[in-house]
Design a protein around this ligand. Structure first.
Ligand SMILES: Cc1ncc(COP(=O)(O)O)c(C=O)c1O
Length: 392
C-alpha cells in the first residue's frame, strides 16, 4: 500500500523530555507511590524505555504488552497483568514471562489463575460508577465490595496470595469526588477483609488522572481540578494507611496523564469548505489529513487544540473539524460543534494537533480508506521541552 498523496509528512511526535518531566512531577505530587504506566496508552518502545529507565513499572493488558514492557527493560516484578479479562493461555503465558501479580474480579478468573499461575499474587478490582469521567469504564470491570471479599477468600483457598485491591475511576476523570468515593469503598472493603483475616499489602488506585490540554466540544479548555484530585489522593492514602493492619504500598496506573500532553500530531489541511446543511444554514467544514482512524480516535469526545503555523493572527471563522475518511464519525464532537479556524487555510497547509499523545498509536486502523498508521518520532533536546506546547 503506498502512502496517499499529501500525507507523507504526517507523523506523531513524542517529546520524551516532557514525558519524563510529567513522570517526575507526578511522583513529586504523590511521593512514595509506585507508578506502573498503562502502556496501552502509548505502546511506543522509546517512550517505554525512557519511563523504565526513570524507574516506572508497567500495567500490561496482555502477554504481548508484557513482552513489550520486558523488552523496554522493566523487571517482571514491576509489571502486573492489569486486565481482568484473560484466557487460560494468556495467564500461563504471562506466568512463563515471569509476571506474578494479576488483577482479577471474579471467582472464575481466580480459579484459572490458580491453575495456570500457581501461588501468584492477585489484586481484586472494585467497581466504580464512572461518573465524572469522559470514559466511565464501569459495568465491564470490577466487583462490589462483598464480591471482592469472596473473590479474595477464594484466592486464598486456592493457594494464591490475596495481595491487594484496585479501582479505576474512569479515564479523564474530571472530579475529585470520584476518587473520594473510590477511596471510601476501598476503606470499607479493607475493613471487611480484615474481618475475614485477609491483610492485603497494596492498593492500586488505577488510571484516570486527566490530561490538561484538551478542549471541550466548543473549544473551551477542560481544566480538570488536578490539585484537588492530588489532595484527595494524598489524604485518602494517609487514611487507608492509618487503618490498615500492615504497611500498605500504593500503586498508580496512569496512562493518559503521562503522555497525552506530550504528543503532537503534525498533519495537513485537506480543505476548508462551506455547504448548506440539511437542517438549514450553511456550515464550514475543515477536513484534516488525520482523524479518528489514524490518530484521533477520541475526537468525538475531546477537542484537541489546533495550531496553524503562520496563521495565528489571521481572521478566524467557525468550522466543524473532521478527518479525511468517508465515515461520518470521523469528526470533532460528532460533527456538530464548530471551533474557530483561520479563514484563509489552504489545502496542504501544516497543522499541529496538540495533546494527541494518548491512545493515538494504539487506536489506529491499518488501512481504512487506504490510510496507514502515522509514523512515530520521539524527540528531545532542541525540540523537546516540558509542557504541552512543546513541538509546536
Ligand atoms: C486497568 C487500567 N489501568 C489503567 C488504565 C489507564 O487509564 P488512563 O489512561 O485513564 O490513565 C486503563 C485504561 O483503560 C486500564 O484499563
Amino acid at each position: 500500500m503506498s502512502a496517499p498523496k499529501g500525507r507523507t509528512t504526517d507523523r506523531i511526535v513524542y517529546d520524551l523530555t516532557g514525558i519524563e518531566h510529567q513522570y517526575d512531577t507526578l511522583l513529586g505530587e504523590l511521593p512514595g507511590t509506585h507508578i506502573r504506566f498503562a502502556l496501552k496508552a502509548c505502546p511506543v518502545d522509546e517512550v517505554l524505555r525512557c519511563l523504565a529507565e526513570r524507574g516506572a513499572g508497567f500495567d500490561a493488558a496482555s502477554p504481548a504488552e508484557i513482552a513489550q514492557a520486558l523488552d523496554a527493560g522493566a523487571h517482571p516484578d514491576r509489571i502486573h497483568y492489569g486486565n481482568t479479562i484473560k484466557s487460560d493461555h494468556d495467564i500461563a503465558e504471562a506466568h512463563r514471562l515471569g509476571v506474578r501479580t494479576f488483577a482479577t474480579d471474579s471467582v472464575e478468573d481466580v480459579t484459572a489463575i490458580a491453575a495456570h499461575a500457581p501461588r501468584a499474587r492477585v489484586f481484586c478490582r472494585l467497581a466504580t460508577s464512572g461518573e465524572g469521567a469522559l470514559w466511565g469504564l464501569n459495568r465491564k470491570f470490577g466487583c462490589a465490595p462483598d464480591d471482592a471479599v469472596r473473590v479474595l477468600e477464594a484466592a486464598r483457598a486456592a493457594g494464591l496470595v490475596p495481595a491487594g485491591l484496585s479501582v479505576h475511576v474512569g479515564s479523564q476523570q474530571m472530579t475529585g469526588e470520584a476518587w473520594q468515593q473510590a477511596l471510601d469503598t476501598l476503606a470499607g472493603t479493607l475493613t471487611a477483609l480484615a474481618g475475614r483475616g485477609i491483610v492485603i499489602d497494596h492498593v492500586n488506585l488505577g488510571g484516570g488522572l486527566p490530561a490538561l490540554g484538551y478542549l471541550d466540544r466548543h473549544g473551551t479548555p477542560l481544566e480538570p481540578p488536578l490539585d484537588k484530585i492530588f489532595t484527595v489522593l494524598r489524604e485518602g492514602m494517609e487514611r487507608l494507611s492509618a487503618q490498615a493492619a500492615a504497611p500498605l504500598d500504593f500503586v498508580l496506573e496512569p496512562g493518559r496523564h503521562l503522555v497525552a500532553d506530550h504528543g503532537v500530531i503534525r498533519a495537513r489541511v485537506v480543505r476548508l469548505t462551506e455547504r448548506a446543511q440539511p437542517g438549514g444554514g450553511r456550515t464550514r467544514w475543515l477536513y484534516l489529513s488525520v482523524g479518528k482512524f489514524n490518530g484521533l480516535y477520541e475526537m468525538d469526545q475531546v477537542t484537541h487544540p489546533l495550531v496553524f503555523p503562520g496563521r495565528e493572527t489571521e481572521e478566524h471563522v467557525p468550522a466543524v473539524v473532521a478527518g479525511p475518511t468517508c465515515d461520518s464519525d470521523d469528526a470533532y464532537g460528532d460533527g456538530r460543534y464548530p471551533v474557530r479556524v483561520p479563514r484563509s487555510v489552504r489545502s496542504g497547509d501544516p497543522v499541529r494537533i496538540l495533546s494527541a499523545g494518548a491512545y493515538a498509536t494504539s487506536y489506529t486502523t491499518q488501512g481504512f480508506n487506504g490510510i496507514r498508521p502515522l509514523p512515530c518520532v520521539c524527540t528531545r533536546g532542541e525540540e523537546g521541552s516540558p509542557g504541552r506546547t512543546a513541538l509546536t
